[in-house]
Design a protein around this ligand. Structure first.
Ligand SMILES: [Zn+2]
Length: 462
């Protein structure tokens, strides 16, 4: 029998009408492809979006009833085939293969009968194993592949969204309104003013409480998910995943308009990602300064305490920005990955900030407790008084002790560390904001980490 070609098209309720995913557009694409590649005119099958019944695919089933050895199945891309996760998607592809037919994904230039196609299939198979194992840590290539197919590859989602059963982003009816309110509060206001406004109104932040901060709002305002392009970062690569939007382009522009003016115009995260996170021992915030050299048209960038020098009584030199940036990347990556680093522990458990200023009080209470015990042993205090005093001191000790919360997984920290090392300056600046990093630069250029924010809040803010 002569080999035949089949074309398969599908739309779901989520597909935008104008994105080339309409049924006629998919059909024409397949027909043109077949003609160009001297394939027979495809026998066409299509599954329109069916309301109520989620993801029913009678046409796919009907088509598979006819596909046999030597045939070619054409589809626009993997999202037309993808279904309920990678395992099920792979099952559908294997089904075609098992009949001796091949699948060609036109837009992805993928033909399952070629060596490259086999490699991609093996990647899919690897992914399927991961999925079966319910492993959270996916390989970078797998995540990239899935993300490009419209799948949101991780459990934490941008605030205001949820990940549905097909692992795609949907607006979350419970949080979409607070996010909109938060973003629109930024129109005509600085991050500081907007966060005060939102706290006043009691609008819940990603933590569920109205504890808005400028850094959190800044992180939110960088999320292009709200205009339909969720960004997932894997190994320093930014991958856009299409998602439903929460703001119109006009609203998005309005909240970013004049932003530079509010931040003092000094901040150029593309050139000086550390500005806003770096101080000298005299307390002066470091600013970026650029110097051009007359010969060769070269430009050097420095961190300087600048015009605030006198105010802080600072005598620090200027530092080469590129060197400081590299040192900061190294330092942060080490903290994120080195389990023996005390700051790492703070990130992992959210237990204590590096220093919460209450060590002295804790020590006093502990000394009082041991003195009390000594008094009791020496018989200088009644048991009843001892017990009530002890209870009182214990309560104070508990109040002074930060509660450890086991929240962050090590793979997340490893990923962040990889980001910190590889990210563009602009993205590094975002990460520094998210982590609320505070660094000190000594006059000899050595960096010290003064503090950062526990990671669970970071995860939710992302
Ligand atoms: Zn100084």
């Amino acid at each position: 029998m002569t080999p035949r070609a089949f074309s398969y098209a599908r739309v779901s309720g989520r597909d935008q009408a104008d994105s080339g995913y309409s049924l006629p557009a998919q059909r024409e694409r397949a027909a043109a492809f077949a003609q160009f590649h001297a394939l027979p005119v495809p026998i066409h099958f299509e599954d329109p979006a069916v309301s109520g019944k989620r993801d029913a695919r009678p046409a796919w089933v009907a088509m598979m009833g006819q596909v046999r050895a030597g045939d070619t199945v054409l589809a626009k891309d993997l999202t037309r085939i993808a279904r309920g996760g990678i395992v099920q998607t792979l099952t559908l592809i294997r089904d075609i293969e098992a009949r001796g037919a091949r699948l060609v994904l036109i837009d992805q230039s993928l033909d399952t009968s070629t060596p490259f196609g086999r490699v991609v299939l093996s990647i899919l198979a690897t992914l399927a194993e991961y999925e079966l194992e319910q492993t959270r840590e996916r390989s970078m290539i797998g995540r990239t592949f899935a993300a490009k197919a419209g799948i949101w590859p991780q459990g934490s989602v941008p605030y205001g969204y949820l990940r549905n059963a097909e692992k795609r982003l949907e607006l979350n009816p419970a949080t979409r309104e607070p996010v909109r309110a938060a973003l629109l509060a930024l129109v005509g206001r600085s991050y500081q003013e907007a966060s005060e406004e939102l706290r006043g109104q009691g609008i819940p932040s990603p933590t569920g409480k109205p504890n808005w901060s400028p850094a959190r709002l800044h992180a939110l305002a960088q999320q292009t998910a709200y205009i339909g392009r969720a960004v997932f970062v894997s190994g320093g690569e930014r991958i856009e995943v299409p998602c439903p939007r929460l703001l119109s382009d006009e609203e998005w522009e309005a909240l970013h308009a004049g932003r530079r003016a509010f931040s003092g115009g000094e901040r150029r995260p593309d050139r000086y990602p550390l500005v806003g996170h770096l101080r000298c021992p005299h307390g002066a915030p470091m600013n970026g300064r650029q110097e051009s050299h007359r010969n060769a048209g070269m430009v050097s960038r420095y961190h300087v305490s600048g015009r605030l020098k006198r105010h802080y009584g600072c005598g620090c030199p200027s530092f080469r920005a590129a060197q400081v940036d590299d040192a900061a990347r190294d330092l942060l990556a080490r903290v994120l990955t080195d389990p023996t680093d005390p700051a790492h522990l703070a990130l992992l458990t959210g237990a204590t900030p590096l220093s919460d200023g209450r060590e002295q009080e804790r020590q006093e209470v502990q000394e009082s407790l041991s003195n009390l015990a000594r008094l009791r042993v020496l018989g200088q205090i009644e048991e009843r008084d001892y017990l009530s005093l002890r209870e009182e001191l214990k309560a104070r000790e508990r109040a002074l002790t930060p509660k450890p919360r086991q929240v962050t997984e090590v793979p997340v920290m490893n990923e962040l560390a990889a980001d910190v090392r590889e990210a563009s300056s602009e993205h590094l600046a975002e990460l520094l904001d998210l982590l609320d990093v505070r660094l000190l630069i000594q006059p000899d250029g050595t960096l010290e980490l003064l503090g950062l924010r526990p990671l669970d809040t970071v995860q939710q803010a992302v």
